[in-house]
Design a binder for this molecule. Structure first.
Ligand code: 5GP
Ligand code: MN
Length: 343
């Protein structure tokens, strides 16, 4: 039995909203990851089993590593099927927002979401959620939205609507948001949940291999190149920086998801406790930051990179050139050096 975290009255409110709704849209953040897609598809399966018309809209395309998830063919991708997505939103009684904390995180889908007449619910684990929904279930201490969603389903008494499909989706998000249960994963209840999911027949070895242990040849070469040629270390301040320009991405036939986890690699070097990865996506510079320990990289992302996130894993979108973005990182390095001297 897992510990109750979400207040009963909140779950009662959610249950009433679900009971009152027939057409339900589920959505998640742009560049959806395992937790975003996993939680969305899990809830879709659960609600469909309950007899609801549930549909998932993602703001943009999924990475290929997630296309094995059950139900993925039913996903409406906003950038590809805008009219269909708008139709579903117009018809919806309820919209469930999963794994994001503010409308801008759904990118171009944001105006459609915010102007929808349907009631809205947020179920999320990011810090400082904005108040844009009728009901907010926000628990930043949860390691993933999938973990939180399990609590919601379990304590709403909806476990009977779970299945192997929904359990597979849920496990995927719990696994990806904890780096296969390496970080943010000391809560014993996490393993109680996994043991429940295993009873629904999930194949955790298969899920791990498809999502986290499969590479194209190009991806392996890109990662090798990035680490051997493009990693700068700042040992005096325990930092690392990797950058990939647009030409370099083209050279290695970059596919969405190829640089996933790259930012974490420098942290495996003893003495390196923060890492930044910059990728030139042309529209903007995608910034990924990670740290171990007390250093709050989300503060850097908020201050310099138009983003945010968690203390040890954050990101942003920098509007400017790769060189400009790099100089900001060098400034951070210089200020850390100064801080060291003053201590
Ligand atoms: P990643 O580096 O894997 O893209 O993102 C790590 C975490 O940083 C995400 O889970 C999310 O919380 C946060 N994050 C990434 N990109 C952005 C962004 O553009 N804006 C904000 N607010 N958070 C972001
Ligand atoms: Mn998440």
């Amino acid at each position: 039995m897992i510990k109750r975290v979400v207040a009963d009255e909140v779950l009662q409110k959610l249950k009433l909203m679900l009971v009152a709704s027939q057409k339900i849209v589920i959505t998640c953040h742009v560049s959806p990851d395992g937790d975003a897609v996993g939680s969305s598809l899990c809830l879709m399966h659960v609600l469909r089993k309950w007899g609801k018309q549930a549909n998932v809209i993602t703001p943009d395309m999924l990475p290929p590593s997630l296309t094995f998830l059950p139900g993925v063919r039913d996903i409406v991708v906003y950038t590809r099927q805008e009219l269909m997505a708008k139709h579903l939103v117009n018809e919806a009684d309820l919209i469930v927002c999963l794994d994001f904390n503010a409308p801008y995180r759904v990118d171009r889908f944001a105006p459609v979401l915010t102007s929808a007449k349907a009631k809205k619910v947020l179920i999320d684990h990011h810090l400082e959620p904005e108040n844009f929904t009728d009901l907010q279930i926000s628990f930043p201490e949860m390691s993933s939205t999938c973990e939180l969603l399990y609590h919601v389903i379990y304590f709403m008494g909806m476990k009977r609507y779970m299945s192997r499909w929904s359990a597979t989706c849920l496990y995927t998000g719990m696994m990806t948001d904890t780096g296969n249960f390496t970080y943010n994963s000391n809560n014993p209840d996490l393993y109680v949940i996994i043991s429940e999911l295993l009873k629904w027949g999930i194949d955790k070895e298969h899920i791990y291999n498809v999502v986290m242990n499969t590479n194209s040849a190009n991806r392996l070469r890109l990662l090798g190149y990035a680490l051997s040629e493009k990693m700068e270390l700042f040992p005096e301040v325990g930092g690392a920086l990797i950058t990939l320009g647009h030409e370099e991405l083209i050279k290695y036939s970059y596919q969405r998801g190829d640089t996933e986890n790259l930012v974490n690699r420098p942290l495996t070097i003893p003495g390196i406790y923060w890492s930044i990865f910059l990728r030139d996506d042309q529209e903007y510079i995608k910034v990924s930051t990670r740290s171990v320990g007390d250093l709050a990289v989300n503060e850097w992302c908020e201050k310099y990179f138009n983003g945010g996130g968690h203390k040890n894993a954050a990101g942003g979108e920098f509007r400017g050139s790769l060189e400009e973005c790099k100089s900001i990182v060098y400034e951070i390095v210089e200020s850390l050096k100064k801080e060291n001297k003053n201590e």
